[in-house]
Design a protein around this ligand. Structure first.
Ligand SMILES: *[C@@H]1O[C@H](CO)[C@@H](O)[C@H](O)[C@H]1NC(C)=O
Ligand SMILES: *[C@@H]1O[C@H](CO)[C@@H](O)[C@H](O)[C@H]1NC(C)=O
Length: 428
C-alpha cells in the first residue's frame, strides 16, 4: 500500500517511536520462522509462517547507508532466477515504497507478466511496506497451506540508488542488479516472537543461515556468469554481439566518415555504399540470431529496452539503406541533395542508438562483460563524433563544388563527374 505524504510522515514517526509495536508479529501456535541478513547487514529477510493467514509473511528490511536507499532490492523463493517467485521493492519518494511481484524465465529482467506464465499464486502486499529515514521495509505474504518443511532456498539481488526505477508503477523496468546471491531459511524453527531482523531498537534475531555466496559485493550479472561456449545460446549471443559491434559500432561510422570527408577529398560513393551494405548484412544476421535466441527463451521478454531499441535500429538500418540508394539515384538525375542530408542525419541517429543499445545489451548479457566494455564504446563514439564534427569545415567547399558540378552538368559537360567521382577532378 502506498501512503500519501502526511500519512506516511505520521507512519514514519510512529515507526520510529514504537518500533516494537510496529515490528512484531502476533504470536500464535504453529508459527515457524527464520531470518537471514547479508554479511554487511545492509539488508535482512525474515520469513514467518502464519497458520491463520495460511501464508509465509516476508519482511525485508533495507538499511539506508548514508541516507541513500538501495535502488531496488529483490528476494525470491527458488534456487536460481528461472521460475523463482520474487518480490522486488524500491523507494519512489519520501515515505513511499513500491513492491512488485515478479518472475523471470531465466537470467533476464523479472517481469510481472512472467508471474502468470510460471503459475505463481498471487501474493498479498502488506501495509507494513514503508520507508523511513533509516530503513525501508518491504512486507508481503506468499500463500502456503502448511508450514514449509525444512530448508527453503532463496535468491536475492540488489542494485544501487543510481538504478532506482523511475516510477512507482509496479511494472517499471528494472536495471540489472549490482549484487546477488543465495540463502536459505530453515522454516522448521519455531517462531520466538522477535521482530523481523534488521529493524532498529528491537532485538533482531541473529542471522542463522549460512551466507553461501553472500556479500558478493561488486559481482554483477543476472544470476551466475555464463561463458559456457558448449551451450548454443551462449554462442549465438556471442556471435550476435560481435556482428552488431563490428557492423554498427565499428564499420558504420567509418562509412559515415568516408561520406563526410570523401565528398571533397576523394571518390567516396563506392566505398561508402560497400561498407554500409556490409553493415546491413551483419545487422540482418545479428538480428536474426538474437530473435532466434529470444524466441527460444522467452516470448514475453520484448518488454526489455534492449530488444525494443534493437528492433527500432533494425528497421532504421533497412530504411537507411534504401534511402541512401534512392538519394544517390536522385542526385545523379536531378542534382537534388536534400534527401541525402536527411540520410546523413538518420545515419548519425542510428549510430547514437547503436551505442546506447550496445550498453543495454552488455547489461543484460549473462556473459557479464566488464563495465569498461561500455566505456570503450563510448570513447570510440566520442572520437567518431569529434572527427565527424571537424568534417563540417568542408561544408562550404562541398557546396561550392556541387554548384560547379551542377553548372558543368547543365552546360552539357562531361557526365563522368557524378557524385561517385571526386568533384571537381582537380581536388586531389
Ligand atoms: C507480517 O509482518 C509484519 C511485520 O513486517 C507485521 O506487522 C504484520 O502484522 C504481519 N502480518 C501477518 C498477517 O502476520
Ligand atoms: C553459491 O551458492 C550456490 C547455491 O548454494 C552454490 O551452488 C555455488 O557453488 C555457490 N558459489 C560460490 C562461488 O560460492
Amino acid at each position: 500500500m502506498r501512503l500519501s505524504s502526511p500519512l506516511a510522515a505520521l507512519a514514519t514517526l510512529a515507526a520510529a517511536a514504537l518500533p516494537a509495536a510496529y515490528a512484531q508479529i502476533a504470536m500464535a501456535s504453529g508459527m515457524t520462522a527464520d531470518s537471514y541478513c547479508n554479511s554487511g547487514g545492509q539488508f535482512c529477510v525474515t520469513g514467518v509462517y502464519v497458520p491463520s493467514a495460511q501464508a509465509v509473511n516476508y519482511t525485508v528490511v533495507v538499511q539506508k547507508a548514508g541516507n541513500t536507499p538501495y535502488g531496488w532490492t529483490g528476494v525470491g523463493v527458488g534456487s536460481g532466477m528461472a521460475g523463482a517467485n520474487m518480490v522486488i521493492g524500491w523507494v519512489n519518494g519520501p515515505g513511499s515504497a513500491t513492491i512488485s511481484h515478479r518472475s523471470a524465465s531465466g537470467e533476464v529482467m523479472p517481469t510481472e507478466a512472467r508471474v502468470a506464465t510460471n503459475n505463481l499464486p498471487a501474493f498479498t502486499a502488506n501495509s507494513q511496506t514503508t520507508t523511513t529515514a533509516e530503513y525501508s521495509v518491504y512486507s508481503w505474504l506468499f500463500p502456503a497451506s502448511s508450514a514449509p518443511s525444512g530448508t527453503v532456498s532463496h535468491i536475492y539481488g540488489y542494485a544501487g540508488s543510481n538504478k532506482a526505477p523511475s516510477s512507482s508503477d509496479s511494472g517499471a523496468t528494472l536495471r540489472q542488479h549490482d549484487t546477488y546471491g543465495y540463502f536459505s531459511l530453515d522454516m522448521s524453527k519455531a517462531y520466538d516472537g522477535t521482530a523481523p531482523a534488521g529493524l532498529p531498537n528491537v532485538a533482531a534475531t541473529t542471522p542463522s543461515s549460512t551466507d553461501s555466496n553472500g556479500s558478493s559485493s561488486g559481482s554483477a550479472g543476472y544470476g551466475q556468469r555464463n561463458r559456457d561456449l558448449s551451450q548454443m545460446t551462449t554462442v549465438v549471443y556471442l556471435v550476435h554481439m560481435i556482428f552488431m559491434v563490428v557492423g554498427l559500432i565499428v564499420i558504420a561510422p567509418l562509412g559515415i566518415l568516408v561520406a563526410r570527408y570523401g565528398r571533397t577529398l576523394f571518390k567516396w560513393f563506392p566505398t561508402h555504399a560497400g561498407l554500409q551494405l556490409f553493415v546491413v548484412v551483419l545487422v540482418i544476421v545479428g538480428f536474426a540470431l538474437s530473435v532466434h535466441n529470444v524466441m527460444a527463451q522467452d516470448k514475453d521478454s520484448f518488454s526489455l529496452l534492449h530488444h525494443q531499441l534493437g528492433l527500432a535500429i533494425f528497421i532504421l538500418v533497412i530504411f537507411q539503406a534504401l534511402m541512401g540508394a534512392l538519394s544517390h539515384i536522385i542526385v545523379r538525375r536531378t542534382g537534388f541533395r536534400y534527401l541525402g542530408y536527411f540520410h546523413a542525419l538518420t545515419g548519425v541517429v542510428i549510430f547514437g542508438l547503436a551505442v546506447w543499445n550496445a550498453h543495454e545489451g552488455f547489461e543484460l548479457w549473462t556473459w557479464q562483460p566488464p563495465a569498461y566494455a561500455s566505456y570503450i564504446i563510448y570513447a570510440w563514439a566520442g572520437v567518431v563524433a569529434l572527427i565527424y564534427v571537424i568534417g563540417f569545415m568542408f561544408l562550404p567547399r562541398e557546396r561550392r563544388q556541387h554548384k560547379e558540378w551542377l553548372a558543368n552538368r547543365n552546360g552539357g559537360g562531361s557526365n563522368q563527374s557524378l557524385t561517385h567521382e571526386k568533384t571537381p577532378p582537380h581536388v586531389a
